[in-house]
Design a protein around this ligand. Structure first.
Ligand SMILES: [Zn+2]
Length: 678
């Protein structure tokens, strides 16, 4: 039971008087979350009610901006809770999550299904010519989300739609929780973590052990036990198809694609298959080479091992040569150095900012003129309470608080301001962003301190996630709805993949790739080998990524009637096998994610959207070709990239921004060139 007194001290119910307005993690206790969520929902309801009872005609300010600012308590508690529930989850956090998600979905459904509110939004949308371009994009986004949430449906359909939404939120959470349990079970059974899998498969000479690890990895969520995800998958797919049909789309993929850069499933299918074909041509050639080397027929669990042998033979390179130059702290320095050199930023540790776990570090980013860009948390190392993979997340979004509103205090761009100033001028609220990875943790025995040495893939991940962070940090928008990474899913990965390019630029490498024992900089010929080797094994790497993208599309191209014929786990496995065969995937390669552990499309927001990585990569490599042509450190090109893309977020259509930067449409063959498949 909470006492009234304790309730008053709930940290989420007040503004934070902390450095840069960062979360005071040490004052947060588990029992504060639920009361804060409940108070936040009440506050939001009251603010929405105030919008509805406004007697004035609907305007952008009194409706759209008011909606964006309707939930300060929820913004605070959600920012903290949903970051920690992924990066430092515990059974207690999971229990809160299960309780709170249906509540939040219901509250959001109530808003998005409110016809009177929609009528106000629609009035602003229909009279939006006089608004700024950014405001037009904000109101369009909001108008479409109402439509996509079924506001126009008949009462019965509307009720069903809300039920589906609530259930889907629970299913997606359950999928993720099962997967976390399965990943931990995988570690118990095999002694390696999920994030060490690829590295292990490339380096373990024991064929029987590789087979065992492959089978354990590829059967996660598929054991007909408490953590089996098949039933969740099937229910999720059925509900999504039903939802799409309620809105008038033939299937969920058609619905999902309708507000993306790609536009429709046929465009995505036509984009993916040629990539798959090129990947398989390359994979088959490489397989012949590997079989010569092995002296027997390669199985799925042999691929990475013999690919690594072949790589060592062709390029005289294996990861044990490069790892000593890629100590995690040095790599972070490289990530920062690249941002400093390209965009003129300054990044320094911010020990005054509290962190949520002893392994996390906080940093302050400043612009060339000294003004505040934002606060960055680095959370790099694997731990059992963290979900697998790597991601960027906002604790707070960038936006501009209009003049005359509550003091934004110490976290505005210009630093701390007096109350008088706060009232007189708008405040550019700067973002707070985290990068979470699952890199090997350094040894914790101080007498035998084993550093965290990263693979080339890890190094790319560090640059990738910071690319997302830069998209969030350099945002110069006015509204949260479109600021930073709030862009279409098939556009957002452009910036992370673009940033990966800097990892192996010689000038950047010289700044960070130093041997962890001798301090010696990575030799130029080793770098050259790395660059060549990155194009090696692309039949496999591109193939498994493209296969997962196609699998995602096929699942979501099924209609509700087609999904009704599926009985259970065996039908799911059969369908997956059929899809893999039809796309031309060879037996020795499996999709990067099989259905029961495909968290991107089941537990996270990439359903009918996983193709977005390849789609965005075309944009990234095509933009990089311009950097190469102009000179990687050409200040004018970097400035154009920053101003055209990074500052704009979703305040303009992606293709319009793209053409403004490049002077042409993106060229799909740039991807095959970059991956050495053409
Ligand atoms: Zn990404």
């Amino acid at each position: 039971m909470l006492s009234a007194c304790k309730n008053q001290q709930n940290i989420f119910l007040q503004e934070w008087d902390t450095p840069y307005g960062t979360a005071p993690f040490s004052q947060i206790t588990l029992d504060q979350y639920m009361p804060a969520f409940k108070a936040g929902i009440q506050e939001e309801k009251a603010n929405i009610q105030a919008i509805l009872s406004n007697p004035d005609a609907p305007t952008f300010e009194n409706t759209i901006v008011a909606m964006e600012q309707a939930s300060p308590i929820l913004d605070r508690v959600e920012g903290v809770f949903f970051n920690l529930s992924e990066s430092d989850s515990t059974p207690e956090m999971q229990a809160i999550e299960e309780e709170v998600l249906p509540m939040l979905t219901e509250a959001s459904n109530e808003i998005m299904m409110n016809e009177a509110l929609f009528a106000r939004v629609k009035a602003v949308y229909e009279a939006s010519e006089s608004l700024t371009r950014e405001q037009q994009m904000v109101v369009k986004r909001l108008y479409e989300s109402f439509e996509r949430n079924g506001v126009g449906l008949a009462p019965d359909a509307k009720k069903r739609f809300a039920e589906i939404n609530t259930r889907l939120a629970t299913l997606s959470q359950k999928f993720g929780q099962n997967l976390l349990a399965e990943n931990n079970a995988f570690k118990e059974a095999t002694g390696i973590t999920v994030s060490e899998y690829y590295d292990f498969m490339a380096s373990c000479p024991d064929r029987a052990k590789r087979e065992e690890v492959f089978k354990a990895y590829s059967s996660r969520g598929n054991h007909a036990d408490d953590h089996d995800n098949n039933a969740i998958v099937l229910e999720t797919l059925r509900l999504r198809a039903e939802m799409a049909e309620l809105l008038g789309y033939p299937n969920f993929a058609a619905f999902q694609l309708s507000n993306k850069m790609a536009g429709d499933p046929a465009t995505v299918d036509a984009f993916l298959q040629p990539i798959m074909d090129a990947a398989m041509r390359s994979a088959k050639l490489q397989m012949k080479e590997m079989e010569k080397l092995a002296g027997f027929k390669i199985e799925a669990w042999d691929w990475s091992y013999y690919a690594e042998q072949l790589r060592a033979r062709e390029y005289a390179l294996d990861e044990s040569q490069t790892k000593p130059y890629f100590q995690a702290d040095s790599v972070l320095k490289g990530v920062f150095t690249a941002a400093e050199r390209i965009y003129g930023l300054r990044i320094e540790e911010a020990p005054e900012v509290e962190v949520y776990h002893p392994e996390v570090r906080a940093y302050k980013l400043s612009d060339a003129d000294g003004s505040l860009i934002g606060i960055f948390y680095k959370d790099y190392y694997v731990r059992p309470t963290k979900r697998g993979g790597a991601w960027m997340n906002n604790f707070r979004d960038q936006y501009v608080l209009p003049a005359g509103q509550a003091s934004a205090g110490a976290f505005a761009r210009t630093g701390s301001r007096s109350d008088a100033e706060a009232d007189a001028s708008p405040a550019d609220i700067r973002p707070i962003i985290v990068n979470v990875c699952n890199f090997p943790a350094p040894g914790d025995d101080p007498t035998d301190a084993q550093p965290s040495l990263l693979t080339i893939d890890n190094v790319q991940t560090a640059f990738h996630e910071f690319g997302h962070a830069l998209h969030g940090f350099l945002s110069q928008c006015h509204y949260k709805t479109v600021s930073g990474t709030s862009v279409a899913r098939d556009f957002v990965e452009m910036f992370s993949q673009f940033n990966e390019n800097f990892a192996f630029v010689p000038e950047i490498l010289a700044a960070y790739a130093n041997h962890y024992q001798t301090g010696e900089t990575i030799p130029a010929e080793l770098v050259d080998k790395v660059r060549k080797a990155l194009k090696f094994n692309q039949g496999f790497t591109t193939g498994e990524l493209c296969a997962a993208s196609i699998l995602d599309m096929r699942w979501h191209e099924l209609s509700a009637a087609e999904l009704a014929t599926f009985q259970g786990a065996q039908d799911i496995r059969d369908f997956e096998a059929k899809v893999c065969q039809e796309m031309g995937l060879i037996d020795e390669i499996i999709p990067r994610y099989r259905t029961p552990y495909f968290n991107h499309i089941m537990g996270s927001g990439y359903s009918a959207g996983y193709y977005g990585y390849l789609w965005s990569e075309v944009l990234a490599v095509d933009a990089w070709e311009k950097f190469l042509a102009d000179g990687v450190f050409n200040p004018a090109t970097a400035k154009a990239f920053r101003q055209t893309f990074l500052e704009k977020g979703g305040s303009e259509e992606p293709m319009t921004l793209y053409r403004a930067f490049r002077g042409a449409d993106p060229d799909p063959s740039a991807l095959l060139r970059a991956r050495g498949l053409q």
